[in-house]
Design a protein around this ligand. Structure first.
Ligand code: HEM
Ligand SMILES: *[C@@H]1O[C@H](CO)[C@@H](O)[C@H](O)[C@H]1NC(C)=O
Length: 468
């Protein structure tokens, strides 16, 4: 989800000004025996934000980790922050003590997605919404979507193979969006799908911009699109009040009653739907884009993956396409390519929490109000857990990774409830792509853009051709 990474790409200087005051305050706060973790806080006014922006953020984290160890403090975007770069610490924050660390997002972003979306919450509201989302994206429910996901994959691929150069990331986003809509609403009529698509794309353009509410700014347009989305979703809800027993997310949201028998408000329904669309799109699309890049870079591996896919003959089709689990077993190499891509690219390179109280961990003090960042990418690139971490080697997943060293979908109370669906749609698309198409990359593909997820420059330009 963008919000984890994007926060880095917004409002650098202005927020740094606030940091000065926070910094002064935090000095007075604590008299506990535990000491703050090592690290440098940079200049109070600019924090270390500028440094982080002028370097690749991953290089920044890694050089800090080398200098100070796995747990270190820094100061970014106006907030004092503790970075955690080892599995035990990530587990402590996300799994064993989640009540001490609450999710935290800038208010401006919360407003765009919708403040009632589950990932902004903790406690009983979060638990209820999460259960709904988990049930709606469970393997039993998603498996029924397979034929429709296949249709979407086939039609996307066909649209690419018209001789034109495509921006792979943008095209993968369209696919992921359609799959998102399908899994949230079931079959939704084209009018609504188009309206959602158009307005959502305006919404997301403002997400990474400076949150200035002046007419003409991207943020302002984005807020207006968000209002229109409420309107569209309201209409869809009204039309579907009778369909509340369907097993998709909309059905579950409509059917929900709390302990007092109250239904969810339209706003809670809308915020959670936009939240899921948001969580589902760029994540999946960037992983798919990296898969294409890594496969193209390794022709021998590509041949092996193609061979595996061609083995899955038509007669077996029905049986293979019955769940993510069965597919992963029938196409182990393809599945490991996905796993290794999620490790190497680590598109969600870290997440944010905020200490709800003063917390002591391993003799260090994490003061109340400080941000805490488990650094997934650093853990995924630690040679102690993944030998030669820069090498793309799907075979390393022949052995399951040590617990908490591999967290592409996060872990604990906020771990990704869409991971089954994500893997399923990637496998389906890859199957059709590898058996019926070939492609070539256009232009240089070795630079990275942060959009805000890392993807190859220009979204990886490619030309697709149908294989005869
Ligand atoms: C390859 C694609 C995906 C990746 C890498 C990914 C990764 C993640 C990660 C790392 C988190 C946890 C964030 C945190 O702890 O702060 C998360 C949460 C979430 N993801 Fe995904 N995700 C993907 C696809 C999807 C899809 C397809 C859906 C749609 C159902 C989805 C829905 C969600 C939701 C709703 C949350 C918030 C859960 C909560 O706060 O309880 N994700 N995802
Ligand atoms: C956005 O949604 C509205 C409905 O609220 C619709 O009329 C419009 O065509 C959609 N697209 C754009 C670009 O505004």
């Amino acid at each position: 989800m963008k919000h984890f990474a994007t926060i880095f790409y917004t409002c650098i200087l202005l927020s740094s000004i606030f940091s000065y005051y926070l910094f002064k305050k935090e000095k007075r706060l604590h008299k506990s025996r535990a000491k703050l973790p090592p690290g440098s806080m940079g200049w109070p006014c600019i924090g270390e934000t500028l440094k982080m922006y002028t370097q690749d953020p991953n290089v920044f984290f890694t050089s800090k980790q080398r200098r100070y160890g796995d747990i270190f403090k820094t100061h970014i975007l106006g907030y004092p922050c503790v970075m955690l770069a080892n599995p035990e610490a990530a587990r402590f924050v996300l799994v064993s003590r989640p009540h001490l660390f609450k999710p935290t997002y800038p208010k401006s972003k919360e407003k765009l997605i919708g403040p009632s979306a589950l990932f902004f919450h903790t406690g009983s509201y979060h638990a209820c919404m999460r259960k709904l989302v988990q049930t709606s994206f469970s393997p039993e429910v998603t498996r029924k979507l397979i034929p429709d996901i296949e249709k979407l994959a086939i039609s996307c691929l066909e649209s690419w193979a018209n001789g034109q150069v495509i921006n792979t990331f943008n095209e993968m986003k369209k696919f992921a969006f359609e799959v998102g809509v399908l899994s949230i609403f079931g079959q939704l009529n084209k009018k609504y799908t188009d309206e959602l698509k158009e307005n959502y794309s305006i919404l997301e353009k403002g997400y990474n911009c400076f949150p200035l509410k002046l007419p003409g700014t991207a943020y302002h347009k984005s807020l207006k699109a968000r209002k229109r989305l409420n309107h569209i979703l309201g209409e869809i809800v009204r039309e579907n009040k009778e369909n509340k027993f369907s097993s998709n997310l909309l059905g579950h949201l409509l059917n929900f009653r709390d302990e007092n028998g109250n239904a969810l408000s339209d706003e809670q329904i809308a915020d959670n739907i936009i939240g899921v669309l948001f969580a589902a799109q760029d994540t999946t699309a960037s992983v798919l884009t990296w898969i294409l890049k890594y496969l193209t870079d390794d022709p021998k591996l590509l041949d092996a993956v193609k061979a595996e896919q061609k083995e899955i003959c038509e007669s077996e089709h029905g049986e293979t396409w019955s769940s993510t689990w069965v597919m992963a077993r029938k196409m182990p190499l393809t599945y490991r390519v996905i796993l290794e891509t999620m490790r190497k690219a680590s598109v969600i390179s870290f997440t944010f929490r905020e200490a709800a109280v003063d917390v002591e961990y391993e003799g260090y003090l994490i003061p109340k109000g400080w941000k805490v960042m488990p650094l997934f990418r650093n853990i995924h690139h630690n040679p102690d857990f993944f030998a030669e971490p820069e090498k793309f080697d799907p075979f390393r997943f022949e052995k399951p990774p040590t617990p908490y060293t591999y967290m592409p979908f996060g872990t604990g109370t906020h771990a990704c409830p869409g991971n089954e669906l994500a893997k399923l749609e990637m496998l389906v698309l890859l199957h059709h792509m590898l058996t019926k198409y070939r492609w070539e990359l256009v232009g240089s593909s070795n630079l990275i853009q942060y959009s805000p997820f890392p993807v190859p420059k220009n979204g990886l330009r490619a030309r697709f051709m149908k294989e005869l």
